[in-house]
Design a protein around this ligand. Structure first.
Ligand code: HEM
Length: 203
């Protein structure tokens, strides 16, 4: 309202633009992760990690592939999309020196530890959470082939305590991703609103 009682036209919020390469990576990554998780859970059901063959089964609704071989086909096919997309992103981050400003920093650590400015603290958490998921994605990518070729990648298998515990570690990336997506979505909305969220899905 102005002092004369007239309604001011709403100030237009500046649009947020993300580099097109990042928008493509982000969307393809969500798609690839969904395929990987769905087909991974299908494989899981053939021999549950917890409780053996009579252990808890994941409801079919969350599984992709129909049966073990179908799940494996989807898992290996989607792995290429997931891996090549990650490779492209890592190359882009190095080429554009994106690592210099884009990820969690000591300034963010300070904002989290001394939250005098709540908005800045939320933004710092947001950066921390999306930075932290990158090593988890890489871990999932490396431990998968180690489970497939344990003889060739024996030292990696042994460093994680053997094939059975490697399987638990690989599987653990799924619940971690579920928690991540919930936190990441809330923090993205809270730190930049719908404009920020839209920016990540639009060219
Ligand atoms: C598997 C699921 C997801 C993964 C692994 C993921 C990962 C990431 C990563 C690594 C970044 C930083 C990219 C960069 O700037 O270089 C990012 C940014 C972002 N993501 Fe996601 N994301 C996922 C799902 C989602 C979903 C469902 C939403 C919707 C709410 C979302 C919203 C955003 C937004 C808005 C940004 C930009 C942050 C900013 O500019 O401050 N993401 N995401």
């Amino acid at each position: 309202m102005t002092s004369e009682g007239m309604v001011k036209p709403a100030a237009k919020r500046p649009e947020i633009h993300q580099p097109i390469a990042v928008v493509i990576f982000h969307s393809l990554n969500i798609f690839a992760v969904l395929l990987m998780a769905g087909s991974g859970l299908q494989i899981y059901n053939a021999n549950p990690v917890f409780g053996g063959r009579s252990g808890f089964q994941i409801p079919e609704l969350f599984c992709l592939g129909g049966w073990l071989a179908g799940g494996r086909h989807w898992h290996f096919a989607a792995m290429w999309l997931f891996a090549l997309n990650m490779l492209f992103y890592v190359g882009y981050v190095i080429w554009k020196k994106r690592y210099r400003k884009r990820y969690v920093s000591t300034a963010d650590a300070h904002a989290i530890l001394h939250p005098d400015n709540p908005k800045r603290a939320i933004y710092a958490w947001h950066r921390l959470v999306y930075s932290a998921i990158l090593p988890v994605l890489l871990f999932a990518l490396v431990t998968g082939p180690a489970m497939f070729k344990p003889a060739q990648l024996g030292s990696l298998v042994q460093s994680l305590g053997g094939w059975d515990s490697l399987r638990v570690f690989h599987f653990a990336t799924v619940p971690l991703l579920v928690v991540f997506v919930i936190l990441h979505s809330i923090l993205a909305f809270r730190s930049g609103g719908i404009a920020l969220v839209r920016s990540m899905f639009r060219c």
